[in-house]
Design a protein around this ligand. Structure first.
Ligand code: GDP
Ligand code: MN
Length: 361
């Protein structure tokens, strides 16, 4: 799970990394009244989970007096195609120098690796390409709670002690939170100390429950509904709705859509033993996404009975065509019920997916 900047800064701040004073504004909310308490001069930053916001117009300089215009501007904008649902208004730091620090897992060495550069900021990717030696790296045994001092020195060179300290605290954040990536770019020096001007944190999804981090995910109504029914449900960018049972079969269906050059709009795994009610809810939920033009139901009947599935599909009564592939228990009865109502029920996965892709061509 990738945290938004303000969520990541909250985590960093709790580990003692200095964070600029700031406030989050969500779309549709008014500006907070005491903006000048943040500072006369502010930075207004789109909270979207894409990198390179600065270059894409997602980081604006403003005064406390006219910050509202910058906020409105961002709410009306798309940053690299992503709509802006929240912005962070922060005190503008008097930056002296920008460093870069990033921690990830080195999978071949099976340990965290820290990357550091004296030349952080928006051009770090160019630096990585044109002058890779400017980025130093050290691996740290995950058994260490802190980065050993000699490694910190090797990594940060002549950077001030406050920078070294922030790098070490970021390493603690990385380990404690089961992170896949923890990054500060830029990590800045100012007359008042060292600050994380930006923050990136990706947490291993498998550890979220024990981390207990309050993450503000904007679930769609359909995603909330799916959660309620215990469906695994994900929304994508295409036109074909996908319902399967079991992650393997559902993923195989997606692969096949890709193979036939179609695009999935979403996919839903109903899980084991789906009865008529669950299938009905699943079909209605998938059909409720406006971009869905045709739906594939690809189910294997084991505990799940094909006739129940057929009844669920028919009862859902959605406006889009539902193309069905059912195999297993009570398949004949399911087939008969669907045929009676004019549903297409094809034999193989190939045929089913191809028919759906053709229907959206
Ligand atoms: P990114 O482009 O998505 O990585 O967004 P950043 O948060 O890193 O902001 C982009 C750039 O804006 C930074 O590299 C800084 O140069 C600049 N910037 C961000 N915050 C401040 C600030 O408080 N003061 C000043 N002077 N510049 C800032
Ligand atoms: Mn940045």
């Amino acid at each position: 799970m990738k945290l938004l900047e303000f969520e990541a800064k909250d985590v960093f701040g709790r580990e003692g990394i200095r964070i600029p004073k700031g406030v989050v504004v969500r779309k549709g909310e008014g500006l907070p009244p005491n903006l000048e308490e943040i500072g006369d001069r502010v930075v207004v930053k789109a909270q979207v989970d894409v990198g390179g916001r600065g270059k894409a117009g997602g980081v604006l300089m403003a005064d406390a007096g006219n910050a509202g215009e910058a906020v409105q501007h961002l709410f009306n904008a798309h940053i690299k195609g992503v709509p802006v649902n929240s912005v962070l208004i922060e005190e503008r730091l008097p930056i002296e120098h920008e460093y870069y620090v990033s921690i990830a897992i080195d999978r071949s060495k099976k340990e965290p690796v820290i990357l550091f550069a004296d030349t952080g900021g928006v051009n770090i990717e160019e630096t990585a390409r044109t002058n890779p030696d400017a980025i130093r790296t050290v691996g740290v045994s995950p058994l260490f709670a802190d980065v050993p001092a000699f490694l910190l020195r090797e990594l940060t060179g002549t950077a001030p002690a406050g920078v070294r300290d922030a790098v070490n605290r970021l390493y603690r954040v990385f380990c404690k939170n089961d992170a896949l990536l923890a990054e500060i770019n830029p990590l800045v020096t100012t007359p008042n100390g060292v600050y994380a001007a930006d923050a990136k944190l990706i947490i291993d999804d498998n550890s979220l429950a024990r981390q207990g981090i309050a993450v503000n995910r904007d679930l769609t109504e359909r995603e909330k509904e799916a959660e309620k029914h215990g469906f695994s449900y994900v929304e994508l960018e295409g036109e074909i709705g996908v319902i399967g049972n079991g992650a393997g079969l559902t993923m195989a269906t997606l692969d096949l859509i890709d193979h036939f050059k179609g695009r999935a709009a979403n996919f839903l795994d109903v899980g084991g033993g789906a009865d008529q009610e669950r299938v009905k809810h699943a079909v209605r939920l998938v059909a409720g996404m406006p971009s869905v033009r045709v739906i594939i139901v690809n189910l294997l009947g084991g505990i799940t009975r094909c006739d129940e599935v057929a009844r669920g599909i028919i009862e859902a009564g959605v406006s889009q065509e539902v193309i069905v592939r059912l195999a297993g228990t009570n398949e004949e009865e399911g087939r008969r019920l669907l045929a009676e109502k004019g549903y297409r029920m094809l034999g193989s996965m190939d045929e089913t997916v191809r028919a759906a892709v053709e229907a959206t061509a």
